[in-house]
Design a protein around this ligand. Sequence first.
Ligand code: NAP
Length: 342
Amino acid sequence: MSDHPTPTIPATGREWHLKSRPVGWPKPEDFELAEGEIRPPGPGQILVRNEYLSVDPYMRGRMSAAKSYIAPFELGRAMEGGAVGKVVVSHADGIAPGDHVLHFGGWREYATIDAKQAVVVDPDAAPLSAYLGVLGMTGLTAYAGLLRTAGFKEGDIVFVSGAAGAVGSQVGQLAKLLGASRVIGSAGSDEKVKLLVDEYGFDAAFNYKKGPVAEQLRAAAPDGIDVYFDNVGGDHLEAAIGLLNLHGRIAICGMISVYNDTEAAPGPRNLARLIATRGRMQGFLVGDHYDLQPQFVQQVGPWIGSGELKYRETVMEGIEKTVDAFLGVLRGENVGKMVVKL
Ligand code: NAP
């Protein structure tokens, strides 16, 4: 419990509401930046002034009313998401005003949350935004998906799509650092492709907008692939199945190419290849793998610190930019993790 005098708290703060459920691509009119009442924290709660908000592709799923692993956003209520902010008031043991916390009350300026749902982070150990990306949820997604779901082994040939994004760029570099024999990435612009090879050390990369994925992948992976880390789905998945080696493994992390579809896209036409290759394809959710967090930080933290594992962020400034930032992720305007700085 803090002895600090209670600071003056504004009565209201800005927060994003979902006004209508998008059909197809979300439009700015589907969202509203509203003025919401700031609830004073009760016992066991803290009030946080957010400094960074996370926008992530999975949020598109929460905008639809369909039942999924996480509840839909409620219309006319503050949306949620990962955020890092500074504690303004604390009525909780172990958290003091001035501490920085990682929590889930994003898409808003101020969040009143149960302290149990917040994790104190150290702004001196890493930039605050890194706790949303390379050291946070997307970093753990890369780590758990590659090591646990795909069962990565030294010597594997690895292909990752969405390779210049937050998850993908970490997957490719982790695979290299852990002894992959070849790492191939795909991304949506020549600049991103150059970044993958020149800066992140991928062995080969291609721009999926420049020609059929199957052909480009075949040229980049003359010895086939042992692991495919799927962030995209669609033709990428079919191309990867087509080049899968014996006992190949596919980790289905995301399928961003279908998130705005209004009709179900056709599935891969070559699934029968999984029989001859004894291939395995498995989806995963990072939420099931938080037991790996300490191991992830211990193993990957030093590589980030030393610069062996590089990362980029795309930072948009101001809460009013949150929807643009989210739409930007769907359009590929980001390099690395997209965050909003308040
Ligand atoms: P991100 O890769 O930083 O951003 C999304 C990227 O997707 C964009 O930059 C864009 O890059 C690419 N993209 C958009 N539309 C595309 C299309 N039609 N075809 C190919 N690429 C397209 O996002 P992230 O946060 O790291 O997430 C990456 C994937 O992982 C997403 O599918 C997400 O849903 C998934 N994910 C899953 C979990 C889990 O627990 N399973 C957790 C986190 C994220 P280009 O310029 O290259 O097109």
